[in-house]
Ligand binder design. Structure first.
Ligand SMILES: [Fe+2]
Length: 280
């Protein structure tokens, strides 16, 4: 990659569990190792890697220790933020050496190669499914955008902020309108808002903003878009693949996101593995 071009990787929805356990039948730590091997092999020229939430499946300390150990295999610089499956104080107990924080949240602002990348922590105690950007974070985002000058801005957070027309697609960022309007009215060139959370690959547009979601490392939700009597047909089929990363390449004029599958199997998983109500 040339010196002018920014390249970074986003991982999300790792759902790491303690040693010896599986998550909905999947060995999520093995999947993380596969993604890291894929990155080391194909993208060692990237500037950094963002881990965009749902790092642990149930926020256990043991899972964060396991994550930290596995992440040592990744040679690139790492940034972490959280999702609805995480528990902040447990993450901090394990990772407190490597993070910068904004009002207790795992927010980061990266100024590099004539870009500003904002990583925003949308997790919100008590870690229910919808996300929230707190008032202090909104103020911080506003300040960062004011300081961006002419630099293009790329935003990464766990939660998507647009209803995606699928079952469970309504578990979005609670203050999505406030958040979006802050970005839209900033006079900054917001190139992309990138999220995980819904375990699906989508792209679209909301309130003047281009957005992208990607499948991440856990199971993938099949987008069942056929409605019956005005309701989305249950159950939601889940597939063990793809395991997917987002590769972001950005320069003066353009930002392109490649969705790359480090696992390309698409077998349907048994519904019984998910119980009555399933987070994702
Ligand atoms: Fe997730």
């Amino acid at each position: 990659m040339d010196k002018e071009t920014l390249k970074f990787i986003v991982l999300a929805d790792l759902h790491i569990v303690p040693e010896g356990e599986l998550s909905n039948s999947l060995d999520t730590n093995a999947r993380l190792i596969q993604s890291i091997e894929f990155i080391n092999k194909n993208h060692d020229d990237a500037d950094f890697v963002i881990f965009a939430g749902d790092l642990a499946d149930n926020g256990e300390i043991e899972s964060y220790h396991r994550l930290k150990k596995t992440c040592k295999l990744l040679k690139l610089r790492k940034y972490f933020t959280l999702g609805n499956h995480d528990i902040r104080q447990n993450f901090l107990k394990v990772f407190n050496q490597t993070i910068t924080m904004n009002n207790g949240n795992l927010d980061h602002s990266i100024d590099t190669k004539n870009h500003k990348v904002l990583i925003i922590d949308s997790s919100h105690p008590p870690y229910k499914d919808p996300g929230l950007i707190e008032d202090s974070q909104l103020s911080w985002i506003k300040k960062e955008l004011n300081e961006a000058n002419d630099k293009p801005v790329i935003v990464v957070l766990h939660h998507n902020f647009v209803y995606s027309h699928v079952k469970a697609g309504n578990m979005i960022l609670e203050n999505n309108v406030e958040f979006s309007e802050l970005l839209m009215h900033s006079n900054c060139e917001i190139r992309q808002v990138i999220s995980g959370h819904i375990h699906m690959t989508t792209s679209g547009y909301f309130k003047g903003l281009p957005f992208t979601t990607f499948s991440g490392s856990h199971y993938n939700i099949e987008p069942t878009l056929n409605y019956i009597d005005g309701r989305i047909k249950p159950p939601v089929p889940r597939r063990e693949g793809p395991g997917q990363i987002a590769v972001v390449i950005s320069d003066k004029e353009s930002t392109v996101i490649h969705m790359e599958n480090f696992i390309d199997r698409h077998l349907t998983m048994a519904q019984e593995l998910f119980g009555k109500w399933t987070k994702h």
